[in-house]
Design a protein around this ligand. Structure first.
Ligand SMILES: Nc1ncnc2c1ncn2[C@@H]1O[C@H](COP(=O)(O)OP(=O)(O)OP(=O)(O)O)[C@@H](O)[C@H]1O
Ligand SMILES: [Mg+2]
Length: 548
């Protein structure tokens, strides 16, 4: 009965709301276990707070609270001093998936998809039946708006439970509260570790944390300088795919092909537009109407676009942390003997500009480091301990190196082995730099490797934005950056080993100096003063051989 089966199936066909889809597939958004739920919520809300503050040129002050309500119930609250959200937008931002201000813009931001925070709300709603509570105030408004909002998951629409004006001590900002079932994790996947790593990649941010046991932590900014605001760019012609081109031709307000090319793409001016059109071999003209371009012509146009030389994309859409700030961030949050930082020049994958940065923190806190003082003396230095909550310490000399991964300044805490960053660290031959490493593994060394991929569109392996996909362009660039950092590290280790040997030699000789003095006194018949002066001179000579 194929016909009746087809009819029966037809009766069951219906549209699937994006919220229904992600409710069933919430692992795709990072909500696959109660362990991850709290951290993912903090991460989404902090990402948004930082994006909003930076866009409004406000130095971010962020407060994160995790309150234990008993059993497996928690309330996660994140409050920022950002520009606030206008009242009409609150419900859609928090009560609708795929609604946001960043998806259609090509510039570096932490959020890109338009569903991070609504997904957190949806998870809370699913596990506790409670809506999100949003408080937001825009500068100049006398009061803040407080709204309780949930998602109508069958329709992907917001449900407003309550809306009222409230007085709020902040002049502007937003507070997001989600009640959820969760498990508060400690260690490498803890909120504290996430905040610490956020502080490393964002030294201009002050983060305050109140944990479920009432513990408080403050990560203070080390600079008052905001990173420059990245500019939004248009797509680069060499990154556009045929289907996307057809859609763009359909949607453009431009009336002529030449205008379309100039207006919709970056780096296309009158001359490049003319060159592209000439390459369609008369099939299209400058005055062709973009909306009337048929599929075959669009294919021809796509080929012409790909073959025409166009200048590389602008890169002011990217804001790397920068070597100076990365060093500040590392020095502020990690205790190490030696740091290497480097920022590579920007490159492009599929028309999307991206940039890679790498840092290495070498040595463990508590170990004594050798340093040469201004007189050329080699001394052992005791290091300061930095114990702020959960600490990230370099591994011991016989343990694998730690890897801290960042994408658009956001720490990535999950799916380490699936990430292009970890793979690049494994792929780099660290033996060439004097470290131990077996094939297919992380090097064995007391070091923390930090790598940051910044892009207008980070190629994540999934919507949960937990790991960077190993695209060849990105992986190659990561390996090159790590190799350069490795070479600098090797030079430091060689110098350190040389110092260590010299230190041992001198300490050995120093031990005997008083005896040499006594022997000389005896042989040369010196007075006590002459003997002491000779010993002091020998000591100076011993240390003078090294120039600082
Ligand atoms: N604290 C905030 N202050 C101001 N605006 C905010 C805040 N939080 C969210 N927004 C606005 O709400 C939008 C939706 O946020 P959401 O986290 O759902 O998506 P996104 O950040 O655009 O992308 P992603 O899904 O990758 O996080 C943002 O694009 C931003 O415009
Ligand atoms: Mg977001």
């Amino acid at each position: 009965m194929p016909e009746s089966a087809a009819l029966a199936m037809a009766a069951r066909q219906r549209e699937i709301a994006v919220s229904e889809f992600f409710l069933k597939n919430r692992h795709l958004l990072g909500f696959d276990s109660p362990h991850k739920a709290i951290l993912t919520t903090v991460k989404e809300a902090v990402d948004n707070a930082l994006d909003a503050c930076e866009e409004a040129s406000i130095l971010p002050e962020i407060r994160v609270e995790v309150v234990h309500k008993g059993g497996d119930r928690y309330v996660v609250a994140v409050e920022d001093n950002g520009p606030g959200i206008v009242e009409q937008q609150i419900a859609r931002i928090f009560g609708k998936l795929l609604y946001g201000s960043k998806f259609h813009q090509l510039r570096q931001s932490r959020g890109q998809q338009g569903m991070g925070i609504s997904a957190a709300g949806m998870y809370g709603q699913l596990t506790t039946g409670r809506p999100m509570r949003i408080t937001s105030r825009v500068e100049g408004n006398r009061q803040a708006t407080e709204m309780l909002v949930s998602i109508d998951t069958a329709r992907n629409r917001p449900d407003i439970h309550r809306k009222r004006k409230v007085s709020w001590r902040r002049r502007h900002g937003t507070r997001v509260e989600v009640e959820m079932e969760g498990h508060y994790a400690h260690g490498p996947h803890s909120v504290e570790m996430y905040l610490k790593q956020t502080a490393i990649a964002n030294p201009h941010v002050t983060l305050r944390f109140v944990g479920p046991a009432g513990q408080t932590l403050v990560f203070r900014r080390s600079t008052d300088v905001l990173p420059p605001l990245p500019s939004a760019i248009k797509p680069h012609p060499h990154g556009v795919e045929l289907g996307q081109l057809i859609q763009m031709l359909h949607d453009t307000p431009a009336r002529t092909l030449r205008r379309f090319l100039e207006d919709e793409f970056s780096r296309v001016g009158a001359t490049t537009a003319r060159h592209i059109i000439e390459r369609t071999r008369g099939r299209l003209t400058e005055r062709s109407n973009p909306r009337r371009i048929a599929h075959a012509q669009a294919t021809q146009l796509h080929r012409a676009i790909v073959r025409t030389p166009v200048s590389a994309p602008r890169t002011d859409c990217l804001v790397p942390i920068g070597e100076k700030r990365l060093l500040e961030g590392l020095g502020k949050e990690l205790d190490a003997d030696f740091f290497v930082v480097l920022t590579r020049p920007p490159l492009v994958y599929r028309g999307n500009p991206f940039q890679v940065e790498v840092g290495i923190a070498w040595g463990r806190p508590g170990d004594a480091a050798l340093a040469i003082d201004s007189q050329g003396r080699i001394r052992k230095q005791k290091k300061r301990k930095k114990a702020k909550g959960e600490t990230e310490r370099a591994p011991k000399a016989d343990e694998p190196a730690h890897v801290l991964r960042f994408a658009n300044r956001v720490p990535l805490l999950y799916q380490q082995s699936a990430c292009a960053i970890t793979r690049a660290v494994i792929q780099t031959n660290w033996r060439a730099y004097g470290l131990k490493q077996t094939a297919g593994n992380l090097p064995i060394a007391p070091m923390i490797v930090v790598a940051h991929v910044a892009s207008v569109w980070v190629p994540f392996t999934s919507e949960s934005k937990e790991a960077v996909a190993a695209l060849p362009e990105v992986s190659r660039e990561l390996v090159l950056a790590l190799q350069e950092a490795g070479r600098r590290l090797a030079a430091h280790i060689r110098r350190d080993q040389r110092l260590e040997r010299e230190y041992e030699k001198r300490s050995y000789i120093e031990q005997y100096l008083p005896h040499v003095g006594l022997a000389l006194q005896d042989i040369l018949d010196l007075s006590d003063r002459e003997r002491d002066r000779t010993v002091a001179r020998l000591d100076t000579v011993l240390h003078r051989r090294r120039k600082p």
